[in-house]
Design a protein around this ligand. Structure first.
Ligand SMILES: *[C@@H]1O[C@H](CO)[C@@H](O)[C@H](O)[C@H]1NC(C)=O
Length: 353
């Protein structure tokens, strides 16, 4: 009997060591000050090393020094070879962020990527404050060898519309990449005051039975002790990818508890917890590896902005233009227009759901 228990124990340890983990983490206003703070850096490395592949949101700076430093530190701490794929600097004003994928370069290879084309920012008809960054990965150590990830960090003010519009991103990705195996991950802002119970029926991403939401409303992905919000999510489609997910493994990582921190210490790292999920390992993985590149930090290129002649766009209306706020618009459609008194007349009717 004893050896059976021992065997089960060894088995579960082996399995834990073999588990292929995907993460998603909004590292609140990530920049050089977090890398240069030894305490914060140590926690970040403990978190990141859990994952074979992680989508990071809120990478602030236009230059990539800080995030590359972080990955170099990760490589030093683990002895592994991580690399990173970095999006354009995305936003509608001077406030901008990048999406970054950090991945084990020996077992994962980004084979295709693009920024979702969400229409014209210059005309204010674009949908996303930070258009999703879509990447296809080839994966050696998992049962499923090919899958697609799409990162999102929605604007909290228009989270309902943006989460709904992720449906279009999904449809577009299926056509472009000819696969259904897609994981849309990131900070959806999809709970508490931003997305309410009454909004779910109007969100196509939630209503379509082909899309599975792995993190439910009961989850808390925020560090704050004052609320309980499931902002960060994994939404998965495709029979192959859904079968590749190990049931019950999708959850927030409460690193405050995991690493025995105080709430203030946890807050010095981020206001979000990462979320994580495991994929099935390939039991017959031969140990084959992808070549390691000489360079660390791969540019994802420029975001598309379509053809923008603005012909036929009514810039005096917020219809289809929620979030539009560029200085050359006579009236605005973003959340501060009410207090600034410069909203277009139909702002509330179109943008306050
Ligand atoms: C709205 O747009 C203005 C620029 O016109 C910007 O200063 C402000 O931060 C924006 N507010 C929000 C909530 O995005």
């Amino acid at each position: 009997m004893k050896w059976l228990i021992l065997l089960a124990l060894v088995g579960s340890i082996l399995q834990a060591a073999l588990a292929f983990k995907i993460g998603s983490f909004n590292i609140q206003r990530f920049g050089i000050s977090k890398v240069e703070d030894p305490f914060v850096l140590d926690i970040l490395l403990r978190i990141l090393r859990r994952y074979d592949l992680i989508s990071v949101q809120e990478v602030m700076s236009s230059d990539d020094t800080a995030i590359i430093r972080l990955v170099q530190e990760l490589n030093q701490a683990t002895g592994l070879k991580y690399n990173l794929l970095i999006s354009d600097h995305l936003g509608r004003s001077t406030y901008r962020e990048k999406y970054v994928y950090i991945y084990r370069e020996d077992i994962l290879k980004p084979t295709d990527w693009y920024h979702y084309d969400d229409d014209c920012e210059v005309c204010g008809t674009d949908t996303f404050m930070r258009e999703p960054f879509v990447v296809r990965f080839s994966s050696l150590a998992t049962e499923l060898k090919d899958f697609v990830l799409a990162s999102i960090h929605t604007s909290p003010d228009y989270a309902v519309m943006e989460v709904d519009a992720l449906y279009d991103v999904w449809e577009d990705a299926k056509q472009r990449l000819l696969t259904e195996d897609i994981l849309i991950l990131g900070d959806y802002n999809s709970d508490c005051s931003y997305v309410r119970e009454r909004h779910w029926p109007m969100i196509r991403l939630r209503q379509d039975a082909n899309l599975h939401w792995l993190i439910g409303e009961g989850a808390d992905t925020t560090v704050s002790l004052n609320n309980n919000c499931a902002y960060d999510r994994f939404v998965v489609s495709g029979v192959n990818l859904q079968n590749a997910v190990i049931p019950g493994t999708a959850k927030p990582l409460n690193y405050e508890v995991e690493y025995q921190l105080t709430n203030d210490e946890a807050k010095s790292v981020s206001d979000h917890y990462p979320i994580e999920v495991e994929l099935r390992e390939d039991a017959f993985y031969s140990g084959q590896q992808f070549p390691i590149s000489a360079e660390i930090g791969i540019s994802g290129g420029k975001s598309l902005n379509g053809v923008c002649d603005c012909v036929g766009v009514d810039v005096s209306s917020c219809s289809g233009r929620c979030g539009a706020s560029a200085s050359h618009f006579a009236c605005k459609c973003n959340a501060s227009c009410t207090s600034n008194g410069n909203c277009c007349v139909d702002y509330t009717a179109n943008c306050k759901l």
